[in-house]
Write a protein that binds this ligand. Structure first.
Ligand code: SF4
Length: 346
């Protein structure tokens, strides 16, 4: 069977399977665009189980577009803390403000307007358009690419924009009228729980097994094909966990552009310093260290960078040159990314 013969079989296979096997997830209780939008942004690069508590907490504090648009930025970051990729949180709020200004507070229901919102690309727009507004717009994420790649034994790398475009166009032609949202979710769900990314796909329970080329040719492990990734840039950092006698922690705010823009951080500098160099550097930055408690080595992986960090924990005398914050205030009001927070938790 050729690829063009296989695509039209997908709705009839996946829709009944999805109605029997869909997981119950908090964001599937309704088709409210705000709910679908928040969940889709949170689910990028993050596992479903990890997202659930974040989603519930976010909606309980910011239940609608207007509350998100009017929230202090720090509150949005705080609700996002631990999910990483903070630019997504910033874009959520920018988009909410744009919806209030340009669309009278109502989430737009056409693709060009949805795509005009900050932080919403073709995948998220497709998910919202199909799930919330029943438009025949595919939402092609990694799950969908993997399923199609195995189904068709695609030899081209699925991360190539041309391949994604071709898959999107082929799916758009077979979207079932009146079931667009369910079809989008069924494809994603198959990729998430049956045609899984890590480990062996569960072909024995897959509704596509009798038409899937990779399964029939016993080559599932060869797909999806991906292009070679560029290596991440590696950077060495010395981080300072400076505590005063009242166990307050020194923090500073990052610039409002670039990596982790606008968030809070522990003081740090480039390179891996030895103990004496670290004590000298702490004095240079305005601290008055009285003892060096310990040294911790950790790494943190971002999308394009890896930080290799050596953190020195020091007790300091209070000084006006640095901002010292109580731990509980730091916990509740300051957005400290995981890269730095991990040193407070060990
Ligand atoms: S048969 Fe196996 S490889 Fe093919 S789509 Fe189903 S789970 Fe994926």
């Amino acid at each position: 069977m050729s690829s063009s013969d296989l695509y039209p079989l997908l709705p009839e296979r996946l829709l009944p399977w999805f109605s029997r096997n869909a997981r119950e997830l908090p964001w599937r209780r309704d088709h409210e665009p705000y709910h679908v939008w928040i969940s889709e942004i949170m689910l990028q690069q993050t596992r479903v189980e990890a997202v659930k508590p974040y989603y519930i907490r976010f909606l309980s504090e910011l239940p609608d577009i207007s509350s998100l648009a009017n929230a202090p930025e720090e509150q949005v970051f705080k609700l996002w803390e631990g999910l990483g990729y903070y630019s997504r949180a910033r874009n959520l709020q920018r988009a909410a403000r744009m919806i209030m200004d340009r669309f009278d507070g109502v989430f737009p229901n056409q693709m060009p307007e949805i795509l005009s919102l900050p932080g919403i690309g073709p995948y998220t727009a497709g998910a919202i358009a199909s799930i919330c507004f029943e438009l025949p717009e595919p939402a092609v994420d990694g799950n969908v690419l993997r399923v199609i790649s195995r189904l068709l034994c695609l030899e081209d790398p699925v991360d190539a924009p041309s391949v994604r475009k071709e898959i999107t166009e082929s799916l758009r032609r077979i979207y079932p009228a009146g079931k667009c949202g369910t079809f989008t979710q069924s494809l994603m769900e198959l990729g998430a729980i049956v045609c899984v990314p890590n480990g062996t796909p569960a072909c024995s329970i897959c509704p596509l097994a009798d038409i899937c080329k990779a399964f029939l040719e016993n080559r599932t492990e060869q797909y999806p094909v991906r292009s070679e990734k560029k290596a991440r840039r590696e950077e060495n950092l010395t981080v300072f966990l400076l505590r005063d006698q009242n166990d307050r922690i020194a923090v500073s705010q990052r610039p409002d552009h670039g990596l982790l823009a606008g968030l809070w951080e522990l003081p740090h500098m480039d390179g891996l310093l030895n103990e004496q160099e670290a004590l000298d550097a702490a004095r240079d930055m305005g601290a008055a260290p009285v003892s060096l408690i310990r040294c911790m080595n950790r790494s943190h992986v971002f999308t394009h960078i890896i930080w290799h960090m050596r953190c020195y924990e020091m007790i300091c005398e209070s000084t006006d040159n640095l901002l010292f914050v109580n731990r509980d205030v730091l916990e509740t009001r300051y957005s400290l990314p995981t890269a730095f927070r991990q040193f407070l938790e060990t």
